[in-house]
Design a protein around this ligand. Structure first.
Ligand SMILES: Cc1ncc(COP(=O)(O)O)c(C=O)c1O
Length: 410
């Protein structure tokens, strides 16, 4: 080979999930079938009606051509209406762009917000693809450490101080969080937004897991205020923040969403950016260059699914909440391990003091006990004693096998 690689790509970390899965290739099956808790994918299939619509749309001539840069209007309109209903605040169609997944949404938004060498604040543990995307673009990711004692919720005062110090272009918050599952309190989100506003930075809020927020609230237009929520009402949980209610939210907020988890279609690559029209106009340049248009068959099917599958989505939220409970109970008797956080899709487990560090422990668990997890160091500095377990992947009977596998480490 005569050519060389770009320094930015060389500085970018390797994809963690294949690395962790590779350790399991050495597993001989002695503890039972291998259990893969590496990837955040729902452990149930999409409903047959959605699959049928995807098939139909994929076979149609209409879906075969290029579409609108920021997404086909049917989906844009449905998603704007859904977002407005979810946050109980107006969101306009021209404030929505549909993207080929939320990862691409993040990368494209960062192209718009930050130039080479500029800084972006990322609370740690961070979502590894966010860090990789920033490194690839030559943007400096400044870690903002969070602590188990604080439920892995970042400190807005620290963020404000770092904004002043680094002149960062954006703060990235992921709530519910990957990898910890932490749900940030609205007050924290609001304080970070206020700090961003004061410092002329954007708040990039990745709410990929918002449909799995626990404790559904009464439907906004329920006949009796405070009446218990029923799946056939609307199925929206309590809004996780009130940022969209601010009439100038467009000056600070860039909201990211993924259709992968809620609709169980990660392979169809659909996400969204909700932001003001000024940002959308810049984003169009990145969208046109990097995706031209999002995949059209999935857009057609999801435009139907947003309303039609509301009950199904609400059922999945309940299922995930039940899984989290079952997992918490299953782990409780396990000696030495500490469940530092558990939330919508993930458990973040602290290793026993006498266990090897997280990289070595994850490798041993995969290779010797057939349990695939992701070690903390994939999620940034200071994570050497933690493992992420994506429990959403597995049914309760599978989750009950996890403690015995973990116990083999000691
Ligand atoms: C926080 C977060 N954002 C984005 C994504 C990627 O979403 P998509 O499949 O839409 O690219 C994930 C997937 O795990 C995620 O955890």
């Amino acid at each position: 080979m005569t050519f060389r690689f770009s320094p930015r790509i060389l500085a970018t970390g390797a994809p963690p999930i294949p690395a962790a899965r590779a350790w399991a290739a050495r597993y001989d099956g002695r503890a039972g079938p291998a259990l893969d808790l590496t990837q955040a994918v729902p452990g149930y299939p999409p409903p047959p009606e959605l699959l049928a619509r995807l098939a139909e749309a994929a076979g149609s001539r209409a879906s075969a051509g290029y579409g609108r840069i920021g997404g086909d209007l049917d989906l844009v309109e449905e998603f704007a209406t859904e977002t407005a209903a979810f946050y109980r605040a107006p969101v306009m169609d021209d404030e929505v762009a549909i993207t080929a997944g939320c990862n691409l949404a993040f990368a494209m938004v960062m192209t718009v917000l930050a130039g080479e060498g500029e800084a972006v604040l990322l609370p740690t543990p961070w979502y590894f693809n966010h860090h990789m995307a920033l490194t690839m673009q030559g943007v400096r990711a400044i870690p903002v450490p969070t602590r188990a004692e604080d439920g892995f919720v970042p400190d807005p005062a620290r963020i404000a101080a770092l904004l002043a110090e680094t002149r960062a272009r954006a703060v990235v918050l992921v709530t519910p969080n990957n990898p910890t599952g932490a749900i940030y309190p609205p007050a924290v989100i609001h304080e970070v937004a206020a700090a961003c506003r004061r410092h002329g930075a954007a708040l990039v809020l990745d709410e990929t897991y918002r449909d799995f927020l626990p404790a559904p609230a009464p439907a906004p237009d329920a006949a009796t205020p405070g009446a218990p929520w029923r799946p056939d009402d609307h199925g929206w949980p309590t809004p996780p923040h009130a940022l969209f209610e601010d009439e100038h939210w467009q000056d600070v907020l860039v909201h990211l969403y993924s259709f992968s988890k809620a609709y169980c279609i990660p392979g169809h690559r659909l996400g969204a950016v909700v932001a003001g029209t000024k940002l959308q106009r810049q984003l169009d340049k990145a969208l046109d260059t990097l995706q031209i248009c999002p995949a059209r068959p999935a857009q057609a099917a999801v435009a139907w699914a947003i309303d039609a599958l509301r009950g199904w989505r609400a059922g999945n939220r309940a299922l995930m909440a039940a899984r989290a409970c079952a997992f918490r109970e299953a782990l409780a008797p396990l000696e030495g391990w500490r469940l530092d956080a558990i939330g919508t899709y993930f458990a973040y487990l602290r290793l026993p003091d006498d266990a090897p560090d997280a990289m070595a422990s994850a490798e041993r668990l995969a290779a010797e006990a057939g349990l695939m997890t992701l070690p903390g160091p994939f999620f940034g500095p200071g994570q050497d004693r933690h493992l992420r377990l994506a429990f959403a992947n597995a049914a309760e009977e599978v989750l009950r096998q996890v403690p015995a596998r973990l116990a083999t480490l000691r």
